[in-house]
Design a protein around this ligand. Structure first.
Ligand code: ADP
Ligand code: MG
Length: 502
């Protein structure tokens, strides 16, 4: 051997020793011919200890290789490097992950002459990987269990994720959402663009963040649902890769708010009615006495006058006007609920026909189509029949004048069993009530009619009469196509025969 060659070998051995992975050299029949220093250090052995032994003797202390997945045969057949992940449990019960890499060294004939086997400890990487997987699984569980609807879009508007709460809110299955639905389809027109603009706008929490926005989403069946939306962009290396959206369904909250508003409005209305009622009652009583006096003297005077006395007509006019005033006072007293109702148990459905028969000027209904949608069963109520008739007549007369004499008038009755109410609705096809008039229609003397055509006492009387019969009245709906008034009275469920009215 010449010196140059020896130097070459020496140099190669140095490279071999300085490999940072423990490495063995073996023949194709797994006989070890060499190992590097790192190998001896790691496995606490020496070259003499292992040379001539087989790989499985050294690693497994076994006569035959117990490892079915050993890639050595593949290395031999394909003459290419292969690796295998291998787990070892140490005596101290620590689990170690090894990546064993087999690299063939080919001879001059192109066949595998030797094989390098190096052992890399990948436990740290493997443990990180496991921790990451566990974290991912944990996050997935949180997202799945979250009662808040969560949707993640990529930046092309595809849906990447929709958690069960969101699937329920939007009405899509996870598969549908991630394969068939584009993010824009989750909103009514224009909303998706608005959200994108707000995400970019600093006003809502800075670039890529949308702190809170009240908006509307579109359910798969077309229903629009009010939500509070929060969103944020996910960046990776400063590149926008996805956007997370959180939705809070506002329907319940809004329903509660509306109920509160309605209750407040109703309270304010009834407070107003009560104070006007007191005033009306005071005025009515004060006027009633002088009216009685005027009437008494006028009638006395009338009795004194002979049939052809020219003053007779004047006195008659006084008496007529006094009677008109007394009517007004009576209505005011009804409104202020001081009219002593005579209650009996009656069938609500019958009241409608009785009232229609009482309308003094039948011509008023001549050009009106009357439709009756009457509840099939009897509905018994404990009320003053005459008062309820006056209610119906007043509502009908108002309806007739709103329709200028011709149109369609619907009477509808039904039972609201859950709330134990007998309900009567009177619907007209008239001009409707404007928004600014609506809060005032039940006020005494409020009228939109010309002087002499309306007193403004109709609905205030109706209101008082309904209150006195323990019921309620409201405008169910009104528009330029017509108005529906709804009257509710307490429904009697069981009727004792001896209390039954005629
Ligand atoms: N069915 C109706 N359609 C449209 N407006 C109505 C209706 N009922 C009542 N109104 C409005 O309410 C006002 C008050 O009614 P009401 O108290 O009966 O007084 P009046 O009929 O004497 O005007 C009416 O002037 C009218 O503006
Ligand atoms: Mg009226």
């Amino acid at each position: 051997m010449n010196e140059k060659f020896l130097k070459e070998i020496d140099w190669r051995m140095k490279v071999f020793d300085s490999l940072s992975y423990p490495t063995l050299v073996m023949t194709p029949d797994k006989i070890i011919v060499s190992g590097n220093q790192v190998f001896f250090d790691k496995f606490k052995t020496t070259l003499d200890d292992i040379v001539g032994k087989t790989c499985h003797e050294v690693f497994y202390n076994a006569g035959q290789c117990p490892n079915k997945q050993c890639p050595l045969p593949t290395v031999m057949a394909e003459r290419k490097g292969q690796s295998m992940l291998y787990t070892v449990t140490t005596k101290s019960r620590k689990k170690i992950w090894e990546d064993r890499v087999f690299s063939p060294i080919l001879g001059d004939d192109g066949e595998v002459a030797y094989i390098l086997e190096s052992v890399r400890d990948v436990t740290r990487v493997k443990n990180l990987e496991i921790a990451l997987k566990e974290t991912e699984a944990f996050l997935e569980k949180i997202i799945t269990a979250s009662p808040i609807a969560i949707v993640v879009d990529d930046r092309y508007g595809n849906i990447l994720l929709m958690n069960p709460a969101a699937q329920e809110l939007f009405g899509y299955s996870r598969l549908e959402a991630t394969t068939n639905v584009s993010a824009a389809k989750l909103y009514p027109e224009g909303v998706a663009a608005e959200i994108q603009a707000n995400l970019k706008d600093d006003k809502f929490g800075g670039q890529g963040i949308l702190r809170s926005m009240n908006t509307t989403i579109l359910k798969s069946d077309g229903e629009e649902i009010p939500v509070e939306l929060t969103a944020s962009v996910i960046y990776e290396d400063e590149e926008e890769i996805a956007v997370v959206f959180l939705y809070n369904d506002l329907r319940d909250k809004q329903a509660v708010e509306k109920k509160l508003r309605d209750t407040r409005a109703r309270l304010a209305q009834s407070e107003k009615m009560a104070s006007i009622g007191q005033l009306a009652a005071g005025v009515a009583h004060e006027i009633n006495n002088p009216l009685t006096g005027i009437l008494f003297y006028a009638e006395m005077k009338q009795a004194e006058l002979t049939g052809d006395d020219p003053e007779r007509g004047e006195v008659a006019a006084v008496i007529e006007d006094v009677n008109r005033c007394r009517d007004i006072v009576k209505n005011l007293l009804a409104y202020s609920r001081q009219s002593n109702p005579k209650k009996e148990i009656i069938q609500l459905n019958e009241v409608i026909d009785q009232s229609l028969a009482l309308i003094r000027d039948p011509k008023a209904l001549m050009n009106i189509e009357i439709v009756k949608e009457i509840y099939a069963e009897k509905m018994m109520v404990h009320v003053d029949r005459n008062q309820i008739c006056r209610v119906v007549i007043n509502l009908v007369m108002n309806a007739v004048s709103s329709m200028k004499g011709s149109g369609r008038l619907v009477f509808r009755t039904y039972r609201d069993a859950a709330r134990q109410k007998a309900v009567m609705e009177i619907e007209d096809s008239g001009c409707g009530i404007s928004k600014e008039h609506l809060p005032r229609i039940f006020d005494p003397f409020f009228t939109t009619k010309k002087h002499g055509e309306g007193t403004g006492l109709g609905l205030s009387t109706v209101y008082g009469l309904i209150q006195e019969n323990k019921g309620s009245i409201e405008v169910k709906q009104t528009s330029e196509k017509g108005t529906t008034f709804r009257v509710e009275l307490p429904l009697l469920l069981e009727i004792e025969p001896d209390r039954r009215g005629s």
